[in-house]
Design a protein around this ligand. Structure first.
Ligand code: NDP
Length: 433
């Protein structure tokens, strides 16, 4: 804490992982002797830079850009870029730290990193977003490369932003280096299933947890927080598996739609019109928008937090438990506070941490890189099968590790321990790195 002052989210993420590692350290004291814990929470490299750009009125704006290249023991740094006014070093470091273990869990050769800016794309024109992305990439490009560092999207960074950044990278470097960014458009090196992957993967993971209790999504009531990329495709997959999503949200409030969310309408409003939850409720008979309380007050069997960090606290977890929630799977990164997680685990709720449950996004980014390397593109069905295989495998590994270390059913410990051991062993093999 003294070494990284004021980085609350980073401290929270490190504490959670380290708490899980106690039984590992007991069994393998050599990790302490080699200062593995100190080494693994120190990023290999951190870059902070100025991003000047001009808005449509001709006024100069200045934002701050970040890239934290956290750990490349398993492969090139890999992790998304977030554009949101709340972004500062502590957020980027927490996300980058989580990413190391998540990427390890996918079984693909990718290291961990994360980046972004305090730029807020809300209310900006396409031209403003383009000028910002071009300026951002004009600095960042020198740190990237398909064997070095491969960013993707995250909050506020979708296909439009990746397009502007890829275009600028290509212009500056004079290289059509497809695998330098993932989340690309289908016409220029993107992969089918990448937009769906994080949401789909989260629901596949939740479904595997339900199966351990002989249950399925069939007939389950579900809420999903957020209404961005992860949330939309989580809703899609829940409906495919026979569940009903009755609520979603954005930062302006939440909607309850007891008939089940109309996914086409939601996509039209969020992906095309870039509207708010109130726009959905206005066009959907029977749906109501609420700005009082929060989405976790709605009684459900399954809750999928898919918006942002620390959006589900201890009190809200208590409400969900009282209302009979059976499964919570994190589509977002660290959306549940430590008190929330403890409440779910004490109550015997099946709880999946983001670094396991939302790994489908980066896994499919890994598949996008494979297709780029092969100069090939796979069918939707093949790519989705690969994604499902990876998610089922992550579920099974986390469950088996939790069992092995004496905490059966603790997916948090299972994910942290499995992710850590592989990275730590690679770092050990490389000598003092
Ligand atoms: P999007 O920008 O597409 O959507 C984010 C959604 O969350 C929006 O509905 C947004 O509402 C809401 N949201 C964001 N910040 C807040 C806040 N402070 N309070 C309330 N609501 C908020 O992002 P993604 O769907 O891509 O990402 C969502 C989460 O999933 C993040 O935690 C991200 O790190 C994680 N994730 C994403 C992956 C991906 O492939 N995209 C992969 C793995 C994890 P509003 O528009 O009102 O701000």
């Amino acid at each position: 804490v003294a070494r990284n002052p004021g980085e609350a989210e980073f401290h929270q993420a490190v504490r959670e992982v380290f708490e899980s590692l106690e039984p590992v350290i007991k069994k393998h004291p050599e990790y302490l002797e080699s200062k593995m814990l100190e080494r693994i929470c120190e990023p290999e490299r951190q870059i902070i830079f100025r991003v000047p750009w001009m808005d449509d009125s001709g006024t100069v704006q200045v934002n701050r850009g970040f890239r934290v290249e956290f750990n490349s023991a398993l492969g090139p740094f890999k992790g998304g870029l977030r554009f949101h006014p709340s972004v500062y070093l502590g957020i980027v470091k927490f996300l980058g730290f989580e990413q190391i273990f998540k990427n390890s869990l996918t079984g693909l050769p990718i290291g961990g990193g994360k980046g972004g800016s305090d730029f807020d794309p809300h209310g900006k024109t396409d031209n403003e977003v383009m000028r910002f992305c071009q300026s951002f990439m004009t600095e960042l490009y020198r740190h990237l490369g398909e064997y070095t560092d491969v960013p993707a999207g995250d909050i506020g960074v979708g296909g439009r932003e990746i397009g502007f950044m890829f275009g600028q990278y290509k212009r500056i470097t004079n290289r059509y280096e497809s695998a330098v960014l993932t989340g690309k458009g289908l016409d220029w090196g993107g992969s089918l299933v990448r937009p769906e992957a994080t949401g789909y993967g989260t629901v596949v993971f939740a479904n595997e947890m339900l199966k351990t209790r002989g249950e399925s999504f069939d007939g389950k009531r579900v809420t999903v927080s957020g209404s961005g990329n992860v949330a939309i495709y989580a809703i899609d997959k829940v409906h495919q598996l026979g569940g009903t999503v009755i609520g979603f949200s954005d930062s302006s409030g939440y909607v309850v739609d007891e008939d089940g969310v109309d996914l086409d309408l939601l996509k039209q409003i969020k992906e095309i019109e870039r509207g708010r939850v109130a726009d959905y409720a206005a066009r959907r008979p029977g749906a109501r928008v609420s700005t009082n309380g929060c989405i976790w007050d709605v009684p459900v069997d399954v809750a999928l937090p898919c918006a942002t960090q620390n959006e589900l606290d201890g009190q809200q977890a208590t409400t969900l438990v009282k209302n009979g929630v059976k499964v919570v799977a994190e589509g977002a990164n660290m959306p549940t506070t430590p008190q929330g997680t403890a409440t779910f685990q004490r109550a015997g709720v099946l709880f999946a941490p983001g670094k396991a449950a939302n790994a489908g996004g980066v896994a499919t980014s890994g598949l996008e890189m494979q297709q780029n390397a092969m100069r090939d593109s796979w069918t939707f069905e093949h790519t989705e099968n690969r994604l499902t295989e990876i998610m089922v495998n992550i579920h099974d590994m986390c469950a088996a590790t939790a069992e092995e270390y004496g905490v059966p059913g603790d997916y948090v410990a299972g994910a942290n321990i499995t992710g850590f051991i592989k990275v730590a062993n690679a770092m050990t093999a490389f000598g003092l790195v």
